[in-house]
Each structure stands twice: as structure tokens, then as C-alpha cells.
Design a protein around this ligand. Sequence first.
Ligand code: TZP
Ligand code: MG
Length: 205
Amino acid sequence: MRIYLVTDEGLLLGKDLYRTVEAAVKGGVSMVQLREKESSTREFIERAIRLKEVLTPYGVPLIINDRVDVALAANADGVHVGQSDMPYEMVKRLLPEGKIIGLSVESPEQVLEANDYDLDYVAASPVFSTTTKTNTIVEWGLDGLRWIRSVSRHPLVAIGGIRPDNVASIFQAGADSVAVISAIVSADDPERAARELLEKSGKLH
Ligand code: TZP
Ligand code: MG
């Protein structure tokens, strides 16, 4: 996984969620996180099931933000949790073997603590400050990313403020993947936006 799409209902501005995600996948997105901050549990599950149907033919995994119950109900491929969500040990206990678990890290202490966990990735949050999510602590920046790379035993995802003009620098600093919301979801042409990120990543070959 190089380009990891995270959804945002608010930024869709009336565009269709499933079509937007499918277009992004055609452009090169290889992992998708359904992130629903406003919807009811029922809606969240329904969207997850439908999105899973869209993604399965492409072999692209579906990750659910925050909610282990929704991931289980929809038979999603994994869960992404932050530091205020269900603690890692409980997520691990509840999810069947083989499901993906990702964790956001917002401080050096959290990065080191995550080395004790059996994670599929840690997400440096935010690598650059962003208007899409404002309740974050500090931005890691490229130096922070390099530091995480040097101490973490997990694959490294960077999230926050990633665009075509800075995506190469993120990979050069040691990220394995970039997670993106607005650069794809807010684009007029999400397929083209995803392709541009992939092309500019320097990771096509
Ligand atoms: N977590 C840390 S930053 C962020 C999340 C969910 C938002 C990223 O959005 P964008 O639009 O790609 O900056
Ligand atoms: Mg969360």
C-alpha cells in the first residue's frame, strides 16, 4: 500500500462516496479507511458493507476508523484507532486473527509504546498541520518522520497535509505509505488526483 485514502463525509460536498472511492482506486489508491464522524451506527455499518462490495473486486482492503464493532459487523479488513479510542489490547482481543490494526501516534512516547504492540502500521499524525483535522497535538514534520522511522519497528504511514508537491519528501523521509483525505476527496477528479499522488511519490517502480 502506497496511497491510503481516508474518507470524509463533510468534504464530499454532495458527491457520491462510493463513486469517489472507486475512482480513487482506479487512480492507484490501494487501501481505504471509512471514517464517519457524524453518521449513526446503522448508517456506518451500511456504508461499510457497501464500500466493502465496491473494494473487494479490486483487492483493496477496507479499514474502519475508531469502531471495532462496525468492522466486525461489516466484515471489514481491519480497524484504525487513535489514542482516545479503544485501547490496543482490547482491539487485539476482539478482532479475529489476520485483521489489520493501525494506530495513530501523536508523541514520541506513543511511538515507543507502540513497539510493544502487534500492529500492521503506525500513522504519524499529523505529519503536517491540516484544516481537515484540528484536534491534534503537534505536527511531526519531516524530521519527526525520520525519527519515527529510526525507532519504530512498524510500517509507517504519514497523514496530514499531504499533496502532490510534498508527497515525494514524505517517502524520502522513510514513510511506507501516505494517507490522504482532501487531496483526493476534494479534487474535481479523484482518479486523476490519486494518480498524480502516485506518480509524484517516486514509488512507481
Ligand atoms: N489524522 C491526522 S491528520 C488527519 C487525520 C484524520 C486529516 C488528514 O486530512 P488531509 O486533508 O489529507 O490533510
Ligand atoms: Mg479515532
